[in-house]
Design a protein around this ligand. Structure first.
Ligand SMILES: [Zn+2]
Length: 344
């Protein structure tokens, strides 16, 4: 259940005392379109935060080199010395092997196959490094520093290009058998439904509520419409356009948005029934719609989830926002350090 300490025991650099209580760690977030890096202290305070485009198609050699350049910039801008940085945490979309610290074949990074990211980072920075699924890391970040602080059962759902999930169960990060568990975006909401762009199966939550899927469903609705929707004037409709037009009362956008929140509610009710969480925290770009997205989901959970789970679960927006990837990666590094200290 808990992350293995294998990656830490094989680590280089840092003495035992530093590993027991890191002063600050470097969090790195490897996304399909952007890289992010930041320095995060043990209270969750972020002293620097920098981003750069991933340019994933240029391959892992170029991408990893620029990730490490960004990491150096984050430390420079933090005002801290390298001697105060005790470890690195790296979050990336799966599938990955968190024990060996290897990216296996993430679909958002085509060609980044079997990249030993942890080993490369340890060689580059002479500090221990740990790798985790980005949504799992985000769940750890929310549990340690965000809306899940002090809670026992925490579910995190990120809704952006795809849909990812992570969970903390009885205060411990849930990783599944091999570090790829809690793939909540692939909970089925219609087993005869749309093809899921992430896994190819029919009717996953991701096939309806990801930014990509909201935009695709809006384009399909426009193709069969009379052209009176305000979305018809937009060249390349994005999920944020659909949300904005729905707020303005556009009938086609409202229909697409209401179908989105209905499918999200369907998925979250199932998730609440499985976990009976204290809180479901929703992050990612699509969550910027705020209560327009969350209010219908909250109401569905209250009325449709099994009692008492539905009454107990709070549904909230991520307070960590755009920094959740970096803060989550840092939380993973703190978590591993605590495990190493506990094992001594
Ligand atoms: Zn899927």
């Amino acid at each position: 259940m808990q992350p293995s300490a294998a990656g830490v025991s094989a680590a280089v650099g840092g003495d035992g005392a530093a590993a027991a209580s890191p002063r600050a760690v470097l969090g790195l977030d490897v996304g399909g379109t952007k890289l992010a890096a930041g320095v995060v202290d043990a209270t969750g305070a972020v002293s620097s935060f920098v981003v750069a485009p991933t340019h994933a198609s240029r391959g892992p050699g170029d991408g990893v080199a620029r990730l490490f350049d960004l990491a150096r910039r984050a430390v420079e801008e933090s005002g801290l010395e390298w001697g105060q940085i005790d470890a690195l945490g790296i979050g990336c979309g799966g599938p990955l092997d968190d024990e060996r610290g290897v990216l296996i074949a993430p679909p958002h990074l085509p060609g980044w196959t079997d990249v030993p990211l942890t080993e490369l980072a340890e060689q580059e920075f002479d500090r221990r490094a740990v790798l985790a699924n980005d949504a799992t890391a985000a769940a750890a970040g929310e549990h340690r520093f965000g809306a899940g602080r002090g809670l026992d059962i925490v579910v995190y759902l990120t809704i952006s290009t795809g849909v990812g999930g992570g969970a903390v169960v009885h205060g411990r990060l849930y990783r599944g058998a091999t570090g790829n568990g809690a793939e909540l975006g692939h909970v089925t909401v219609d087993c005869n439904g749309r093809r899921c762009p992430g896994c190819g199966r029919a009717g996953c939550l991701e096939a309806y509520v990801s930014g990509t899927s909201i935009a695709a469903r809006a384009r399909e609705a426009l193709a069969g419409s009379d052209g009176t929707s305000t979305l018809a004037a937009i060249g390349d409709v994005a999920a944020a356009d659909v949300a904005a037009a729905a707020r303005d009362g556009d009938a086609l956008a409202l229909a697409v948005w209401d179908a989105t929140t209905a499918m999200l509610a369907c998925g979250v009710v199932s998730i609440v029934n499985v976990f009976e969480p204290d809180v479901v925290i929703v992050g990612g770009g699509v969550s910027r719609a705020g209560e327009q997205l969350l209010a219908p989901v909250r109401e569905a959970v209250r009325t449709a989830a099994m009692s008492p789970a539905g009454r107990a679960a709070r549904i909230v927006a991520s307070p960590l926002g755009d920094r959740v990837g970096v803060v989550g990666a840092a939380a993973i590094a703190y978590e591993r350090a605590a495990e190493v200290a506990a094992a001594r």
